[in-house]
Structure formats: C-alpha cells, structure tokens
Design a protein around this ligand. Structure first.
Ligand SMILES: [Fe+2]
Length: 308
C-alpha cells in the first residue's frame, strides 16, 4: 500500500489571533497532527506550505519543530513552499529553502512504488508557486519582473483588477520542467500527483466558507486563478496538466477553508489549513492503481476518486 500524510498552513506565529487565525495555537495543533501521523506510519508526511505566519523567530521555531517531529516521530517530512514562508527579512529570504530542506529553485519530484505491487507506481511533482512573486524576490531586478508579471495577469471578472499580491507565477522554465517530468512519468507507466501550495480548481459546493455561501446554490466550477486568489498563470499550469492523462491528483493548501473537485478525471484537493480550523486537521492519502482515497482527521473532510 502507498500511504502518505498531508497537512497545510500551520502558519505558526507568536502573535495575537486575527481574522479567525489562532497563530499560537498552531503549535499544539501541529503536535497533535504529527503524533497521529507518526502512529499511522505513512511513507512520508507532506507539508503543503505556509509553515509560519511571518518573522525569522517564528520560522526558526517551525524549522525546529519539523526536525523534532521527524526525529522522534520517525517520519520523513517533505515540504512545499508557501507565500508566508518568505515573510522573513530580505537578508534571510535565501535561507527559507534551507529551513525546509529544499534547494533553490524549490521545485522537485520523486517516485513512490508500492512494495507489494510493482505496477502501483506514482510520481510526485512538487511545484514552487512563489517563483515569480514580489515577496520571494531577492533583489530589485526580481521584484521588478514580478510586478510586471502581476500587471500582465489582471483579472477580467474583477474589472481588470490586479491579482492578489500574496500569490505569484511559475516561470516558463518551471512549467517546461513540469511538462517534461509528467512526460517522463507517462513513459515509466507512473500515475502522477502534482503538489503546490496554491490550488487551481474546485466545485463550489465543496468550499466550506461563508464567503462561498452563494456559490453553493449551484455546484459550479471554480477556477481560483480566474478570481485572482491563486497562481497568477494558473491557466497555463492547468493546460500542461491537461496534456498528461496520467495526472490523477492536484493537491494544494493556501485557502484555509479547503475544497474538492474532480475535473478531467483529476482529483483537485485543497487541504484545510491548520491555523484556521479547530480542533486540528490533517489527511491520510492512499494511492492504488485505480483510486485516490483521502481520509480526513479533525476538521478535514474525506474524499474518494475512482479514476479507472
Ligand atoms: Fe498561502
């Protein structure tokens, strides 16, 4: 069996609660999740990003906590870069990758094969959705390029407003890399799951938020990038995913209310964010040759996609 654990948006901070986000409580919630995950013994745990709210001290606290969870829980933790992870002083931005055991440019892939069934083969392709952004930029040149990119991605349904500044774009180089890794996976007869901090798609009824109440009257397609709340060039990203029929899942965090939707036989899962959900939330994900089974714990709902 292939089973891994998923958490999203711990967003720890030694900061007072604002807009329903209890930054300090994230420590206890994370430890509960890490304890349960450790007892289940999945192959690894994937953190979908935004580990801290902001500030170097908070970043270092979470770095240490992941190390403790890995060492004493005997679980390998893998990380995805979120926007808040770059909310550290400019001089420390290059360190963010290292804090999360990553190397620049922060995207990577790996293969998982079922020990009991060699035909149950999966490739995880992990994106860095902050690559071109104003907050992850390390110098004036990168900041200028990010501003220009944001200008190019204005949102037609919002009177051509700029997309939210706490998102970014994937570079053409990263998109090409994704295309190549998915083609390689296809050749190797692997199913693929694309992981990013930033979600792309959901069915409106799955969105558990007051803001989305109206949207629940009908169950329509929500493309987050069309609303300016996710990856600026999400349409280009989805186009690449559409070209590869071996992609079975697109998993993300970022929007704390979470969501789910199946599009083109791909399960789009946005995991609920720990900072904004009580008592806690995490998911176990099982992958078989024909199914993705997401089992939620705490506030996290469960989903099941049969793709064959
Ligand atoms: Fe985020």
């Amino acid at each position: 069996m292939i089973r891994f654990a998923a958490i999203a948006d711990v967003q720890y901070g030694d900061l007072d609660e604002t807009i329903g986000r209890a930054y300090r409580e994230s420590i206890q919630k994370f430890l509960i999740c890490a304890g349960e995950i450790s007892r289940m013994r999945p192959l690894f745990a994937m953190n979908f990003g935004d580990s801290w709210q902001s500030g170097l001290e908070n970043a270092l606290a979470m770095k240490e906590l992941y190390e403790v969870a890995a060492k004493y829980g005997k679980i390998e933790w893998r990380h995805i870069l979120g926007n808040h992870d770059f909310h550290v002083p400019d001089a420390n931005k290059p360190d963010v990758y290292r804090f999360l055991n990553l190397e620049k440019p922060g995207y990577y892939d790996f293969q998982v094969v079922d020990e009991e069934d060699a035909e149950n083969r999966w490739r995880f392709v992990v994106l860095n959705g902050n690559e071109i952004s104003t907050y992850a930029a390390e110098n004036d040149e990168e900041r200028k390029a990010a501003k220009e990119e944001r200008e190019r991605r204005r949102i037609p349904v919002k009177n051509n407003a700029l997309p939210d500044s706490y998102n970014g774009s994937l570079s053409p180089r990263q998109l090409q890399w994704l295309d190549e890794r998915l083609a390689f996976a296809e050749k190797e007869k692997e199913n693929a799951i694309v992981c990013s901090h930033f979600p792309l798609f959901a069915k409106s009824r799955s969105i558990d938020s007051d803001r989305a109440k109206l949207a629940r009257i009908a169950n329509f397609d929500v493309y987050y990038y069309n609303l300016g709340v996710s990856t600026w060039n999400g349409a280009e990203l989805l186009e690449i995913i559409d070209r590869h029929p071996n992609v079975r899942g697109y998993f993300a965090g970022h929007l704390h209310e979470g969501s789910y939707g199946v599009r083109n036989n791909v399960a789009h899962v946005t995991f609920k964010g720990i900072v904004e959900n009580k008592p806690y939330c995490w998911a176990a994900v099982e992958l078989t040759k024909s199914e993705i089974i997401v089992t939620g714990y705490g506030a996290q709902p469960s989903y099941r996609l049969r793709f064959l």
